[in-house]
Design a protein around this ligand. Structure first.
Ligand code: SF4
Ligand code: MG
Length: 332
């Protein structure tokens, strides 16, 4: 359904173009949940904004590649054509609902507006849909709540309202960028459960962007790991968790508390930080932080190649996968 091919995107600055996402390819099948994971600065949000063609509103630009949605390349479309696709076919929820909800209009009006715009429904029918959507996302007394303003909602309720708005036109793909990061643990669990339920009921696909491997474990069918603007690993969720094949993935997993164990495992953060986009290291971009880095890694970027039912970009993949890195044997 969604096929991102060789996407290169970033920002236009006075010093010239800055590439934040470099030759990224992945796909999302009908009804599937794919998690894009990586630390902040890895290019996850730039990727999602590029897909929605919202990057342009933020000094950003797509420098190359294709974004096929049901076969239509979104990269070449006018913003007018994109407005018809956003909401109707692909919708997005963000970390901070206040940026998506307009503070000066009642929540129900905003949802109804989207329905009128995309489906040409009349006011009464659109309002009824808004109330139905608020009920669907678990907002109590939706007829009353629909008449209230965003500031009258709690953080968790606002996030539910934003999901209601995103799903009002029954899009086939929902892009959710860190949708629960700003919420406390209990509300986070409720919102994830809500997304799972709506996905099952509405049959949509989800591209979920998160830095949290715990969230990915709960939600994903497949995981795509981004590091410094490149895909470093991709595979089915079970394989990624059982046999990570890239040292970065292993490092991310080692820093997740083991929820099934008797007590939280000691967290090991990966030393160092994601390089800034104007100072990418040569060769493998992970080499300054990689415990296995050798001479070749510093010179030559490893290609992304097929690995079990997925892909990985590491010169030493056999060694990494073989030693169970990041699990009992001890990660980086
Ligand atoms: Fe580490 Fe080398 Fe693999 Fe990069 S290519 S992840 S530096 S072992
Ligand atoms: Mg982000």
């Amino acid at each position: 359904m969604l096929e991102v091919q060789n996407l290169t995107a970033g920002f236009l600055t006075a010093q010239g173009p800055l590439v934040a996402v470099d030759d990224v390819s992945f796909h999302v099948d009908v009804g599937e949940t794919v998690c894009l994971v990586g630390e902040s600065g890895s290019g996850k949000s730039v990727t999602s904004l590029a897909i929605m063609r919202l990057l342009e509103y933020d000094n950003g630009a797509i420098f190359g590649g294709r974004i096929l949605l049901d076969g239509t390349d979104l990269v070449g479309l006018s913003q007018a054509a994109m407005r018809r696709i956003r909401g109707r076919h692909v919708a997005m929820v963000f970390q901070e609902p206040m940026t998506a909800l307009n503070p000066v209009f009642p929540v129900g009006d905003q949802i109804a507006e989207a329905v009128m715009l995309h489906e040409g429904k009349g006011r009464a029918e659109a309002w009824a849909r808004a109330v139905e959507m608020l009920r669907l996302v678990g907002i109590p007394e939706p007829e009353v709540r629909a008449r209230q303003y965003p500031h009258q909602f709690s953080g968790g309720m606002r996030q539910r309202a934003m999901i209601a708005m995103a799903l009002a036109c029954r899009p086939r793909l929902l892009i959710a960028d860190e949708p629960t990061t700003a919420l406390d643990v209990t509300i986070q669990a409720q919102i994830l459960e809500l997304l799972r339920r709506l996905k099952a009921e509405m049959g949509m696909a989800i591209l979920l962007i998160t830095h949290d491997m715990g969230v990915a474990a709960e939600m994903a069918d497949r995981i795509v790991v981004l590091y410094a603007g490149r895909v470093v690993e991709e595979g089915p969720v079970e394989r990624i968790f059982e046999r990570p094949a890239h040292p970065y993935t292993a490092g991310l997993l080692a820093s997740v508390p083991d929820l099934e164990g008797p007590r939280p495992r000691r967290l090991r953060a990966i030393p160092g930080a994601v390089p800034s986009i104007d100072r990418m290291p040569p060769g493998c971009r992970f080499h300054p932080r990689c415990p296995l880095a050798e001479e070749r890694c510093r010179r030559e970027a490893p290609p992304l190649r097929p690995w079990e039912e997925g892909r990985v970009a590491c010169w030493l993949v056999e060694q990494v996968a073989g030693q169970g890195m990041g699990r009992e044997a001890g990660g980086p």
